[in-house]
Each structure stands twice: as structure tokens, then as C-alpha cells.
Design a protein around this ligand. Structure first.
Ligand code: NAD
Ligand code: DAU
Length: 349
């Protein structure tokens, strides 16, 4: 049995990753360290609360004492650091939390990891990062692992700083670290501040669908389960010190994506009660400050080295995602009206 310390496991990707480890593998034990911020929802992993291979630890990755004690007690073989502030728009209006968690928190995790390895522990540290560290592409080209870092938003800059620290800890202290940089994830359990769940949620309510700028920005969409399978492979098999780009081979303009979602919902549910098609809810609004134009990943290295390729095309991934949100409207309602926060705040403060 291998023990995996997952940080940020109550969030979108972390909870999907833990579900994969516990459901599809029998030889992983998971310890989930999460601060339960607005984005961390204990409902996401409720079904594992009584599972003997799952342990939840409430706390901040920036709390050195807590992290030291957790490492000493649980003796992980792997640490995978998902914990972060993850929303670009929030980083523009309030960057401090991004600096504190994404840089300060990762630094604390690395120091605790270094100390743990000094005690003789054999452990690897995987930093879950983003393609946003590379900046923005024009109409042509792809991000490769060798593309220079050029982050544009406070979020991207905080993730880039963390990546540099991880790389430096490998180089300087010879620690067993890994970095992955992935494109935009989508799928079940994504907080409805991000484009796809926000649009699904608003389109179900008949509310406006705010598209930034001219809607022609391009993202490369990666189905979250494909991403989680890639992370498990990297964690277990990659050479120490490696970095891997992970992408979906699914580029699309935002406006086209929103139309696709609207048409799919119309096909399933019929038009809105007032007879309008959901595309009529699309509302062009002011652009995001410093909005990156295009992201696209060259995922050839992970294919060559580890045999990973995305399995889910955008159309089928979108249908699965819409299915999930339609089947889990209570989850969506409680996240949108904040009632899940009130409930868990009593427990976690
Ligand atoms: P999320 O916002 O859904 O979840 C973040 C989780 O981290 C939450 O459970 C939150 O409670 C926890 N957290 C935040 N601050 C913490 C702290 N100080 N200590 C402990 N826990 C804390 O994020 P996500 O979308 O699941 O992203 C996970 C990781 O993947 C992040 O590092 C993000 O930068 C990276 N990433 C995400 C995407 C994407 O499309 N969502 C793409 C590329 C990379
Ligand atoms: O590329 C990886 C990154 O993808 C991750 O590192 C981030 O954590 C994740 O949030 C995501 O960042 P984006 O900024 O690309 O995702 P978001 O869903 O916020 O926006 C996707 C695109 O849609 C972007 O071009 C902005 C646009 N958008 C977004 C929202 C929320 C809109 O047009 N309207 C909206 O309301």
C-alpha cells in the first residue's frame, strides 16, 4: 500500500483525482490536506468518509507545524500539491491570497518535504501547475516543456513562482520532484465560477451568459478524468526532476464553446419557458484585464515517455459534463447559493 498526501483534495481536480485513486486502484491510501476555502467542498468526497483508505486533515498548506506532523504521522510515499487559489478573475481583483497560498504555501510544503526526506524518507513531490505559466499564444504554435515562462496574470505569476521553487529544490537539494503543466480542465465537480459550469448553471436558470471581449479567445479543453490518469502515471513512473505538459487536443473559441453548450441544453430540455433558445442568453461583456488570447498544449512528451494520450474529445466530454450537472442540481444549487458554506463553516470555521 502506498500513501499519497494530496493537498487541495476537496477542490475540483483534487477530488476527481482522489476518487480515481480510491475507486480504480486498490493499493493507494490517501491523506487529503485541505483548508476548506470557498472552493473546497466536503460534499465532493462524502462517499469516502468511512473508507479505511481515506483520511481527511483540515488545514492550510502554509502551516509548517501541521504539515510536519502530518508527514511524520502518515509517512507518505507521494505528495501531490493541488492546493491553490485557482481563479484568474479573483487574482485580478485580490492577488494577495494567490501569493500566500500558491507561493508561500508551496514553499512551506517544499521545506517540510525537504525536512521529511532528511529523516531518510523516500518520497516524491508532484506540483500540479498550469499552462498559463507560458503566457499567451498567437494564432499558431503550441506550448512545449521548453517554452520560456512568461506569466501574465497574478494567478499565472504565482504558479510560475511555485514551479521555479520546485525546480530549484530538485536542482539544489536533489529532491525527487516533478511538475505538470496542464490546460483548462472541465468535468464533474467544477466550481461554477469557471467558464463551463458557470455557463451551464446560468443557461439552466435562464440567466445571462457573460462572454468576455469578442469571445474569440481560445482554450485547449482537457477532460478532468484524462488529466487525473496522466497525473497518476507521472507520479508513479516519471523520471525524477521531469516536467510534463498535459493537454486535451481540444482547442475551441469561447463563443463556439458556449454555443455548443446552449444547443446541447436546448436539445435535451427544449427551449426556455419563454420560448427563447439559450444562445439568446449570450451577452458580450467587458474583457478580462490582460486576457490571454490562446492556450494550446503540445502533449507529445508525455505520450512518448509514458504512453498517455487524452481519451475524451470535447463533444463527448461536454455531454458527460452536462449529464453530471443535470444529475447533481442540488450540489450546484448549494454551491451557488452558498448554503454548503454555512453548513461546513460550523465544522471547519
Ligand atoms: P479549486 O479551486 O477547485 O480547488 C482548490 C482546493 O485547494 C480547494 O479544495 C481549496 O479548499 C484548497 N486550498 C486552497 N488554499 C489552500 C491552502 N492554503 N491550504 C490547503 N488547501 C487549500 O482548484 P482546481 O481547479 O481543482 O485546481 C487544482 C490545481 O490545479 C491548482 O493548483 C490549479 O492551479 C491547477 N490547475 C487547474 C486547472 C483547471 O483548469 N482547473 C488547470 C491547470 C492547473
Ligand atoms: O489554462 C489552465 C487554467 O485554466 C488554470 O490554470 C486555471 O486554474 C483555470 O481557472 C483556467 O483558467 P482560465 O482563465 O482559462 O479559465 P476560466 O474558466 O476562468 O475562463 C476560460 C475562458 O473563458 C477565458 O478565456 C475567459 C473566458 N470567460 C470566463 C468566464 C468565467 C468568459 O468569457 N466569461 C466568463 O464568465
Amino acid at each position: 500500500m502506498k500513501t499519497v498526501l494530496v493537498t487541495g483534495g476537496l477542490g475540483f481536480i483534487g477530488s476527481n483525482f482522489i476518487r480515481l485513486l480510491l475507486n480504480d486502484f486498490s493499493d493507494y491510501r490517501v491523506v487529503n490536506l485541505d483548508a476548506v476555502t470557498y472552493a473546497g467542498n466536503p460534499e465532493n468526497l462524502k462517499e469516502f468518509n468511512d473508507n479505511s483508505r481515506y483520511l481527511f486533515a483540515h488545514g492550510d498548506i502554509g502551516n509548517r507545524d501541521l504539515v510536519d506532523k502530518l508527514l511524520a504521522a502518515e509517512k507518505p510515499d507521494f505528495i501531490i500539491n493541488f492546493a491553490a487559489e485557482s481563479h484568474v478573475d479573483r487574482s485580478i481583483t485580490g492577488p494577495k491570497a494567490f501569493i500566500d497560498t500558491n507561493i508561500g504555501g508551496t514553499f512551506t510544503m517544499l521545506e517540510a518535504f525537504r525536512n521529511y526526506c532528511d529523516t531518510g524518507a523516500k518520497c516524491r513531490f508532484l506540483q500540479v501547475s498550469t499552462d498559463e505559466v507560458y503566457g499567451s499564444l498567437g494564432a499558431e504554435g503550441y506550448f512545449k516543456e521548453t517554452t520560456p515562462y512568461s506569466p501574465n496574470s497574478p494567478y499565472a505569476a504565482s504558479k510560475a513562482s511555485a514551479d521555479h521553487l520546485v525546480r530549484a529544490y530538485h536542482h539544489t537539494y536533489k529532491l525527487d520532484t516533478l511538475i505538470t503543466n496542464c490546460s483548462n480542465n472541465y468535468g464533474p465537480l467544477q466550481f461554477p465560477e469557471k467558464l463551463i459550469p458557470l455557463m451551464i448553471s446560468n443557461a439552466l436558470e435562464g440567466a445571462a451568459l457573460p462572454v468576455y471581449g469578442d469571445g474569440k479567445n481560445i482554450r485547449d479543453w482537457l477532460y478532468v478524468e484524462d488529466h487525473c490518469r496522466a497525473l497518476e502515471l507521472v507520479m508513479r513512473q516519471a523520471e525524477s526532476g521531469e516536467t510534463y505538459n498535459i493537454g486535451g487536443h481540444n482547442e475551441m473559441e469561447n463563443i463556439e464553446l458556449v454555443k455548443l453548450l446552449c444547443n446541447s441544453l436546448d436539445n435535451r430540455l427544449g427551449p426556455l419557458p419563454d420560448g427563447r433558445k439559450r444562445t439568446e442568453l449570450i451577452t458580450f461583456v467587458g474583457d478580462r484585464q490582460g486576457h490571454d488570447q490562446r492556450y494550446a498544449i503540445d502533449a507529445d512528451k508525455i505520450k512518448q515517455d509514458l504512453g498517455w494520450e487524452p481519451q475524451t474529445d470535447l463533444k463527448s466530454g461536454m455531454e458527460k459534463t452536462i449529464d453530471w450537472y443535470l444529475d447533481n442540481q442540488t450540489w450546484l444549487d448549494q454551491v451557488r447559493d452558498g448554503s454548503y458554506r454555512e453548513y461546513y463553516q460550523e465544522m471547519y470555521g
